[in-house]
Design a protein around this ligand. Structure first.
Ligand code: FAQ
Length: 330
C-alpha cells in the first residue's frame, strides 16, 4: 500500500505512475526487499531521511553512555562494575558502527557531531532523564535497552544495507545489555525492602520515558508514512510500543512490583495489554531541549569533545608520520 503513495518533501504525495523510470526501479527494489547499497541511486529525500535517523541513532548511543557512566565508580560490587564498564564501552562501539554506516551516505562523522553539539540534531529523549539510584541502572538496561532492542530488531530489516547490517551486530550486544539489566533489577526486587522500594521507584520514574522512546503516536508521526514507504522503518511507532508493553508487563509482574500505570490491563479482545498514553507534552518539551538533563548532557558531550582534542591530534600526527615513513621506504 505504501509503495503506491510515495510522499516526497518537495512534491507531496506522488503516485507510482508519476515516478520516472529510475525512481520506479528504486521503489521496486524496496518492494522486493532488495537492500539499497551506498553506490545505488536513491532519492535525495531517502538519503536525507537516513542521515537524520541514523545520525540521531548514533548520537543516542553516545549520549546514552552518560546516565550509566555516572554510576561506574559507584557500582555496588566489582562484578557489577565490570559489567557496567563493558556495557558502556559497547554503546560507544554502537555509536561508531552507526556513524560509519551514516558516512556511506556522504556525510562525515565530524559534521554529524558538530550538528549535535550545535543543538541541530536530536538524540533519544530517554537520555534526558537522570539516573538517581542504583536500581535505575538495572532499569535502564532492562527497560531502555529493552525498548531499544524491540525497535532495533525491526530495523535489522531496514532497506539500507549498511544500516541493516549495523543493526544485526548491535542487536546481539543489546540483548546482553537487557539481560544484565533485568538481572540487576531482579536482585533488587527480591532483595531487602529498601532495595525493592528503589526498584519500584526506578520503574515508576522510567516507565513512561521508556515508552516515549518509540516516538509520537502514529497519527502525530511526521516521518512515518514516507519512512515506511521506503522501508527505512518497517514497523510503526505504535506497533513497536505495543510490542514492548506486551513483553514487559509480565516481567514486572514476575518481579512482584506494582505496575507503573493504572491503565495497564490485559485486553482479551485485542490480545494485547491496554496502557495509558504518556504525557506527550512532556515528550515534545524534552525533545525541544527542556528535559531535566538536556543542558548537562550536551555540555558533557561538548567538553568531552574539546578535552579529547589532544588525543585526536596525537593520533592523526602519528598516522601521518607512519604514512610518511612508509612512503619514504617504498
Ligand atoms: N527522542 O516522525 P517521527 C539506545 C522526533 S538507542 C527524540 O515518528 P521517526 C541504545 C523525530 O526525530 C535509542 N526525538 O520520527 C542505548 C522527529 O523529529 P524531527 C535510539 C524523537 O524518525 C540504550 C519527531 O520526533 N534509537 O537506546 C523521538 O520517523 C541504553 C517526529 O517523530 C533510535 O534512534 C525520541 N524518542 O521515528 C544506549 C532508533 N521519537 O527529526 C545507551 C532509530 C521521535 O522531525 C544506553 N530511530 N522523535 O525534528 C527510529 O527508529 C526512529 O527515528 C524513531 C522516531 C522511532 C525514534
Amino acid at each position: 500500500m505504501y509503495a503506491q503513495m510515495i510522499k516526497t518533501a518537495s512534491d507531496g504525495v506522488k503516485s507510482r505512475d508519476d515516478m520516472d523510470d529510475v525512481e520506479r526501479a528504486f521503489q521496486d527494489k524496496i518492494d522486493n526487499d532488495i537492500k539499497i547499497e551506498p553506490r545505488d541511486w536513491m532519492p535525495e529525500d531517502y538519503r536525507r531521511t537516513l542521515i537524520r535517523q541514523m545520525g540521531q541513532h548514533a548520537h543516542s548511543e553516545v549520549v546514552g553512555q552518560l546516565p550509566e557512566g555516572n554510576w561506574i565508580t559507584r557500582a555496588p560490587t566489582l562484578e557489577r562494575k565490570a559489567i557496567l564498564l563493558a556495557k558502556v564501552q559497547d554503546e560507544a562501539g554502537h555509536g561508531l558502527y552507526l556513524y560509519s554506516a551514516a558516512e556511506t551516505l556522504g556525510v562525515t562523522r565530524d559534521e554529524l557531531v558538530e550538528l549535535l553539539h550545535e543543538g541541530k540534531m536530536k538524540y533519544s529523549s530517554i537520555f534526558n532523564y537522570p539516573t538517581l539510584n542504583w536500581a535505575d541502572i538495572g532499569a535502564v538496561g532492562w527497560l531502555v535497552d529493552g525498548a531499544a532492542i524491540v525497535n532495533q530488531v525491526a530495523l535489522q530489516r531496514t532497506s539500507y544495507g549498511p544500516y541493516s547490517r549495523a543493526m544485526i551486530r548491535i542487536c546481539k550486544e543489546e540483548s546482553f545489555h537487557a539481560r544484565q539489566g533485568y538481572h540487576a533489577i531482579m536482585q533488587m526486587a527480591f532483595g531487602t525492602p529498601e532495595q525493592k522500594r528503589q526498584a519500584q521507584d526506578a520503574v515508576n520514574r522510567l516507565w513512561f520515558p521508556a515508552i516515549m522512546m518509540f516516538g509520537p503516536n502514529d497519527s502525530e508521526s511526521t516521518h512515518s508514512e514516507q519512512s515506511m514507504a521506503w522501508k527505512i522503518k518497517v514497523k510503526s511507532n505504535d506497533e513497536l510500543r505495543q510490542q514492548f508493553v506486551d513483553q514487559t508487563v509480565p516481567q514486572i509482574e514476575y518481579l512482584g512490583l506494582d505496575l507503573p500505570d493504572p491503565g495497564i490491563k490485559w485486553n482479551e479482545e485485542r490480545g494485547h495489554y491496554d496502557f495509558s498514553d504518556p504525557d506527550w507534552s512532556e515528550f515534545f518539551d524534552v525533545i525541544k531541549g527542556n528535559g531535566p538533563c538536556n543542558v548537562d548532557r550536551l555540555q558533557n558531550r561538548v567538553s568531552a569533545w574539546e578535552d579529547g582534542a589532544w588525543v585526536r591530534d596525537g593520533l592523526l600526527a602519528h598516522a601521518r608520520k607512519k604514512a610518511a615513513r612508509k612512503m619514504a621506504a617504498e
